[in-house]
Design a protein. Structure first.
Length: 219
């Protein structure tokens, strides 16, 4: 009888141990599954946030590239405004923009447009884009060319601009001057040293895009 009682107690203890192990295993599996599920959700959420962040960044970069400039149609010089594939800018429109007829000593301005929006304004020669610092009144833009003048495999911009100086016996006749913009990534630098070199060493009647390019190419 005593032996049966011992066997019964042993059986009960064994069942309890088995039940406890199974419960622990079940809880461990449940926790693992929960952890795995939470980890998966976190990854998806992070990915989505990254995608949203990239989208917002692209949108911000795009909006920053557009300048708050509105051009008057009647001031755009049509025969010196044309599409061009220009370095990092890709396909853009180079715009020659004449001065306001009512503004004293205002100079010509140059822009790049993309999707009918101004995305870049070229640097001015005179302060506040005025011509009185270097003398003369703007008359016209004779020609525009895109050449690599400093051998860096980027298209630079050469412009021949006519000014009326009012000096000398032929002061009312337009005289050409060269303007050179060197490409530097997504901006252009006014090359005053090259412009002065050309003024000092080239005759005015020889100032053409090709002649200026050939002169600089051999420097």
């Amino acid at each position: 009888m005593k032996r049966k009682a011992v066997l019964l107690v042993t059986a009960v203890v064994s069942l309890c141990l088995i039940s406890g192990c199974q419960k622990a295993q079940s809880e461990a599996v449940t926790e693992a599954a929960k952890s795995s599920s939470q980890g998966s959700i976190k990854i998806e959420s992070t990915t989505q946030q990254n995608e949203e962040s990239e989208t917002q960044k692209e949108s911000k970069d795009s909006s920053e590239a557009v300048l708050n400039v509105t051009l008057a149609e009647d001031r755009i010089v049509k025969d010196q405004t044309f599409p061009v594939d220009l370095n990092d800018w890709g396909n853009v429109t180079f715009v020659t923009y004449g001065p306001d007829p009512g503004a004293d000593f205002e100079d010509v301005t140059f822009y790049l447009m993309k999707d009918k929006k101004v995305v870049y304004e070229f640097p001015f020669l005179g302060e506040n884009n005025k011509t009185d610092e270097f003398g003369g009144l703007f008359d016209s833009v004779a020609s525009v060319g895109f050449r690599d003048v400093n051998h860096d495999n980027l298209k630079d911009v050469i412009v021949i601009i006519n000014y009326i100086t009012g000096a000398g016996p032929q002061g009312m006749e337009p005289r050409p001057r060269v303007r050179i913009f060197l490409a530097d990534g997504k901006k252009f630098i006014l090359a005053k040293d090259l412009m002065q070199d050309i003024t000092d060493h080239m005759e005015e009647n020889n100032l053409t895009i090709n002649n200026v390019y050939e002169y600089l190419k051999n420097k």
